[in-house]
Design a protein around this ligand. Structure first.
Ligand code: ADE
Length: 226
């Protein structure tokens, strides 16, 4: 998958792209990532990228011209989805992540300040995504959240793809508790069933625990259960 990021703060992505799973995914060529600084496309000598809102009010708006030129520069084909991160967007969930992870090419547009000029949304944006009901100072962190979530589903990135299949939300439920060695830690023991070697019982225990946790923390996900 080819990911183009448009941002005013390219340095925010430097560590993110050079650590852990994302670094491996880039090395394996499961994803290619290109970061473009929107400011490079500013048209005046001061490299201005924001301006006051028409109609007044607080906050600055990202100007359309640099955004237009930056998008034109990276959008080599007509059909490539342009995803814009905004609290006004559709809230991202695992089902959407699964779908996005199958695309071959995407452009991620990160706004900053109050908003971007609406005409850029009208002209280019195909999908508007929010990562939750709270407001961040820009779309960069949401873009990183999105990239992380889709990258771990690319073939060959996770050592064991079953790990992704048993993630929280993959079956509409949260995940179950997990333990590793030692069998006892600070007086707390690993549940006997997990050491029993009985795979059917282990599976049942995991399902039961997942259900308990989901009912407690996300009752909305199990509202159809009796
Ligand atoms: N930009 C600012 N807040 C955001 C959010 N919650 N989701 C996506 N983009 C954002």
């Amino acid at each position: 998958m080819k990911i183009e990021i448009l941002t005013l703060f390219p340095q925010m992505f430097e560590n993110f792209l050079n650590e852990s799973m994302i670094k491996i995914a880039i090395k394996q060529k499961a994803i290619t990532v290109n970061v473009t600084n929107i400011r490079d496309f500013a048209i005046d000598k001061n490299k201005t990228t924001d301006d006051y809102p028409y109609g007044g009010g607080a906050g600055m708006i990202m100007k359309p011209e640099p955004l237009y030129e930056a998008i034109q520069h990276v959008k080599k084909k007509k059909h490539i989805p342009v995803i814009y991160f905004t609290p006004q967007g559709k809230q991202l969930n695992q089902e959407m992540v699964n779908k996005y992870s199958k695309l071959k090419e995407i452009i991620l547009l990160c706004g900053h300040y109050k908003e971007i000029d609406q005409r850029i949304r009208d002209l280019f944006v195909t999908d508007e995504l929010s990562i939750g009901d709270y407001v961040l100072s820009g779309g960069e962190i949401p873009a990183m959240v999105f990239i992380d979530a889709i990258t771990r589903l690319q073939e060959g990135v996770l050592g064991d793809i079953d790990s992704a299949k048993t993630d929280s939300f993959q079956k509409g439920m949260l995940g179950c508790p997990h333990y590793t060695r030692p069998p006892e830690f600070k007086g707390l023991k690993v549940p006997d069933v997990l050491i029993s070697g009985n795979h059917k019982k282990i599976e049942e225990w995991r399902k039961q625990k997942a259900l308990e946790i989901t009912k407690k923390n996300r009752p909305d996900l199990v509202k159809d259960e009796k």
